[in-house]
Design a protein around this ligand. Sequence first.
Ligand SMILES: *[C@@H]1O[C@H](CO)[C@@H](O)[C@H](O)[C@H]1NC(C)=O
Ligand SMILES: *[C@@H]1O[C@H](CO)[C@@H](O)[C@H](O)[C@H]1NC(C)=O
Ligand SMILES: *[C@@H]1O[C@H](CO)[C@@H](O)[C@H](O)[C@H]1NC(C)=O
Ligand SMILES: *[C@@H]1O[C@H](CO)[C@@H](O)[C@H](O)[C@H]1NC(C)=O
Ligand SMILES: *[C@@H]1O[C@H](CO)[C@@H](O)[C@H](O)[C@H]1NC(C)=O
Ligand SMILES: *[C@@H]1O[C@H](CO)[C@@H](O)[C@H](O)[C@H]1NC(C)=O
Ligand SMILES: *[C@@H]1O[C@H](CO)[C@@H](O)[C@H](O)[C@H]1NC(C)=O
Ligand SMILES: *[C@@H]1O[C@H](CO)[C@@H](O)[C@H](O)[C@H]1NC(C)=O
Length: 537
Amino acid sequence: MTGNGPLLLLFLLILLPGSHPMKIRQIYVKAGEVVTLHCPHSHKETKPTWTCYTPQETDLSNLSSAEQNQMGFLIHERSLVILSATVKDQGNYSCSLWNTTVQSWFRLIVYTTLSSDLERKTQYPITCYSQEACTLTCPDRNIPDKNILNITTTGIVWKKGSDVTTDSLVGESVSKEVYYFSSVDEEDYGVYTCTRSYVYQGQTYNKTFTVILNVKPGEKWKQPEILSPKEKDVFYVDLGSTLMINCTAVLSSEFDEVLWLSENSFVDRNLSSSVFYTWTQDINDEETKMTASLIFKNVSEKDLSKHYTCKLISVSEPPSFVTITLAQKDHTSTFIVALSIVAMILVVALMALLYVKWKTDIAIFLRNTLGCYSSISDGKSYDAYLMCYKSDSDGALNEDDRKWLENILEEFGYTLCFHDRDVLPEEPVEEAVSECIDQSRTVVLIPTTSDPGPGSGLLTDYGALVEQHSHVVFIRTETNGPKRSQSLKGLDKTGRCVTWKGMSSRLSSSSFCKELRYYLPPPQHKNKETTVRMIRP
Ligand SMILES: *[C@@H]1O[C@H](CO)[C@@H](O)[C@H](O)[C@H]1NC(C)=O
Ligand SMILES: *[C@@H]1O[C@H](CO)[C@@H](O)[C@H](O)[C@H]1NC(C)=O
Ligand SMILES: *[C@@H]1O[C@H](CO)[C@@H](O)[C@H](O)[C@H]1NC(C)=O
Ligand SMILES: *[C@@H]1O[C@H](CO)[C@@H](O)[C@H](O)[C@H]1NC(C)=O
Ligand SMILES: *[C@@H]1O[C@H](CO)[C@@H](O)[C@H](O)[C@H]1NC(C)=O
Ligand SMILES: *[C@@H]1O[C@H](CO)[C@@H](O)[C@H](O)[C@H]1NC(C)=O
Ligand SMILES: *[C@@H]1O[C@H](CO)[C@@H](O)[C@H](O)[C@H]1NC(C)=O
Ligand SMILES: *[C@@H]1O[C@H](CO)[C@@H](O)[C@H](O)[C@H]1NC(C)=O
């Protein structure tokens, strides 16, 4: 146990307030006034020992009470009371327990006149706002305990002005801890003194404090106003749900209040009610706001039929009101909105689908009705040249099909180039074919069973054909299988492929015809006569 002694000592030194040897409390007292030093330590069995160094060391606790009285102080419990301080009392004081194991230090400074530095240390500033209530409280630092033996307090005297002896009493608030202004004015600015008086053995001892009242223009309080909700607001709720409605107001004084009325009666503030309100206050430098939160624990049908009024009661203005109602959330309207969105998406999807399915018909229809003929002359004389290629499949076009195709295209208004008809007979066939390809806007490649005829030599290189002739429409058979030659494959990729489905395609309304017309540029009627003549002299 004994080994713990130094540790305990260290522990006490660190933990006990004021026990640090370097810390000295500065205490100021005006000469002739009462001052009390309160020892922060006490113990059931041991009273603190007071020692003063003024500058000679005196053990004050060892003196008898008669000696203490003679020296003008008294010790009671933890306090050392100096009844009428003199310059001789100025110095260091210590109170200690157990032979200075725990010790606190004080420095008593006794002054007769106030320097500006001392003023700062001994005066108590208070700030109030004009046209507002203001309370001056008499400080209670270093005053004797109320229950100190044989010291009786006689009261507090408030005076205005710095000179206690000449200045007059203020108001009727004498002998109170506080001095109260119901509404403070700029004129009230200034120095106030409060003097606490004590009687001890027939002698009156005083302690005077100086309070400086600063009056600032009223800013903390504003024009009272309910900020939210707004008049006639409707709150949409679900039956059976919990609802909180906040009524927030700016206050004009601390006596203003915000509360809730249901119809014409006050809403309960009892938290166990089904409808009640609570409030919170938010004070900052600029304004004071109060929020009264109206709470419905379980919104019922009955609640929906009532009017709720938030009332702001202010001391500076007549009361103001905001009335709101509740309404059931309308789920049908949101349902209708959702439904119409779905419907719109469906319509768009349907239109996209229809377009994909009928795009050829639509394009042809537009072409026919709006007369979308290209009017720009590109120097070509024919709309199309039908060119055969050899196909092994059964579904290829025969001579008859080809004749039909030529006729139907001419019926649709296309001018076709025939190398054997439109090109001079004396020209070699190969060159005639080349001429037709050059003079046509589109080359239509047709699969045939029979001999594809002249020009098929050109087809050994389809890629080159496509390159030269950007517009090639490729007709394929349904059974165009793996046997198809390598060079034909590239043509599928141009996308302009029309499938020949045998006899079923031999109708002007067939999908084959529609697709073919879709891929062919619109026929150009205008140049027909002139261009034919150009080549056929
Ligand atoms: C009081 O203590 C301070 C430092 O702790 C010392 O400077 C000063 O001289 C002391 N005053 C008296 C009167 O002992
Ligand atoms: C207290 O005073 C008595 C007599 O007055 C003296 O004998 C004693 O030594 C003093 N004690 C201390 C700690 O000064
Ligand atoms: C306090 O000091 C005195 C003499 O200086 C000594 O007789 C006494 O035992 C000490 N008490 C404690 C609790 O240390
Ligand atoms: C307190 O005052 C009364 C009379 O005023 C006196 O009889 C008594 O001894 C005093 N007590 C002390 C501790 O001074
Ligand atoms: C204390 O104040 C009262 C009245 O203000 C005065 O009569 C008395 O003499 C003062 N006492 C001291 C010690 O200054
Ligand atoms: C709200 O009240 C209704 C009817 O009074 C009741 O059926 C329902 O359980 C209550 N809901 C809650 C969450 O208390
Ligand atoms: C209402 O005010 C309180 C307190 O200011 C806050 O905690 C709560 O979130 C507010 N509720 C709503 C719905 O604004
Ligand atoms: C709140 O209401 C409950 C039940 O209605 C009641 O027992 C309680 O006393 C009320 N509390 C207050 C503070 O009125």
